[in-house]
Design a protein around this ligand. Structure first.
Ligand SMILES: [Fe+2]
Length: 420
């Protein structure tokens, strides 16, 4: 039994949407991008793994002279031939991506972030209730929890969730109901942790631009194409660090997953920082680096994709301090960090390459999360980077929804010399 991808085209009506009207449903009007998560340039991965990633549906171009469609939808129906998803049905069709060229958002305004992990009870008694179980995936990084329903947490439990995730960097919660709740309820849950980010170039469920989708059909030669010009699918990045206030406690909800494959790997940037020599740590303090979203926007535009907000770049400290744990972490990533302020080109390039390589090869401070139905993975985007692993060839769909609360503007506390 197959599925069908049906594109529905609506008349073009320009829609201007204020960025603060985040919870209002949008009447989609616009157009149809075709975009792939392909590296742009040498270091640019454009959030290849969990971020840009939407495998936008390939569809015939409308005949010349006919007005370009303004919206592309992906809708699966039962018992029909399917050109893209050849073997599997979408369990959550209302989460399938829509790309709306009519959506335009104003630049973000700064907001005051409340760090809920800061004053959380470190006993975790409201989070890790009696019937729950927690085990660590590795000594330093990553945990898995069963027996906790995130959507039912009290505010105290949510505070403790933020702290636990800050400490462990990534935590996989099994048997969750977030995917089965109305989308707005899932967003309301996530809003506790910060202002919802809206991704500038990704598809979203119709009417819910705050949801960022990760979507691969897994069929029709998709993987051969994906790997045609790269040796590995690994593309470490932290999400949207070009924003003035990048995300903090971040949620990824599985909707459809291959039975085996499609894991997500995370790397602990606190531990990556800790491994550096005192001399290098001291030198890095006080430096800032440019994080840019321009390449991502240009890549989307070049493929006919959406750019819902004009791109920005911001300089952030190379070493940032986490507000809840006080830990220091390297804050660079191969996806968006472009250069180090104040250094000459070669100096910047070599130092950034060292730091990005150092983070990427540190398998002794990484964790790999295996997805299963009803899993929600929560990570702290301030102190980690991650990569999807594109390794399954079964034609199964991989479909995830990200809730992306923004956090504070990155800052660093003074360097404290280490005892010799
Ligand atoms: Fe990502």
């Amino acid at each position: 039994m197959g599925t069908e991808i049906v594109s529905q085209v609506e008349a073009a009506l320009p829609v201007s949407i204020d960025s603060e009207r985040l919870t209002k449903r949008i009447t989609p009007r616009a157009d149809s991008p075709i975009e792939q998560d392909k590296p742009v340039g040498q270091r640019t991965t454009v959030e290849q793994a969990e971020s840009v990633h939407t495998e936008q549906p390939v569809e015939e171009t409308k005949a010349a002279g006919i007005e370009k469609p303004k919206i592309r939808r992906v809708i699966c129906k039962l018992r029909k031939a399917c050109r893209l998803a050849s073997t599997n049905l979408s369990k959550y069709p209302h989460y399938l991506p829509v790309w709306d060229h009519g959506e335009k958002y104003s630049p973000w305004e700064p907001f005051t972030h409340i760090e809920h992990g800061k004053d959380a009870d470190p006993s975790f008694k409201d989070l890790l209730i009696e019937e729950s179980k927690l085990h660590h995936l590795t000594p330093s990084t990553g945990s898995e929890v069963t027996g906790v329903q995130l959507s039912k947490l009290s505010n105290a439990g949510k505070d403790q969730l933020a702290l636990l995730v800050a400490q462990r960097k990534v935590v996989a919660f099994r048997d969750q109901d977030l995917a089965d709740l109305p989308i707005q309820e899932a967003l309301d849950f996530g809003a506790y942790f910060g202002r919802h980010h809206i991704h500038p170039t990704s598809g979203a469920p119709e009417g819910y631009p705050e949801i960022h989708l990760v979507y691969r059909n897994g069929g029709n030669g998709e993987f051969e194409s994906f790997l045609a010009n790269r040796n590995s699918s690994v593309a470490w990045h932290s999400d949207v660090t070009y924003e003035e206030q990048p995300p903090g406690t971040t949620f990824l909800i599985i909707l459809d997953t291959p039975e085996v494959g499609g894991d997500t790997a995370f790397v602990n940037h606190v531990e990556a920082y800790n491994r550096l020599s005192p001399a290098l740590k001291e030198r890095l303090h006080g430096l800032t680096a440019v994080h840019s979203g321009f390449e991502q926007a240009e890549f989307s535009r070049s493929r006919g994709g959406v750019v819902r907000r004009e791109p920005v770049k911001h300089s952030h400290p190379l070493v940032r301090t986490h507000p809840a744990t006080g830990e220091k972490a390297l804050f660079v990533n191969g996806g968006f960090t472009r250069s180090i302020d104040g250094l000459k080109n070669e100096e910047s390039e070599y130092l950034l390459k060292f730091l990005v390589d150092h983070i990427g090869r540190g398998i002794d401070y990484q964790a790999r999360v295996r997805w299963a139905p009803n899993t929600v993975v929560v990570w702290d985007n301030r102190v980690t980077s991650h990569s999807a692993i594109v390794d399954w060839v079964t034609g199964e769909r991989r479909h995830l929804a990200r809730i992306t609360p923004q956090a504070e503007r990155p800052y660093e506390t003074p360097y404290v010399g280490e005892a010799k």
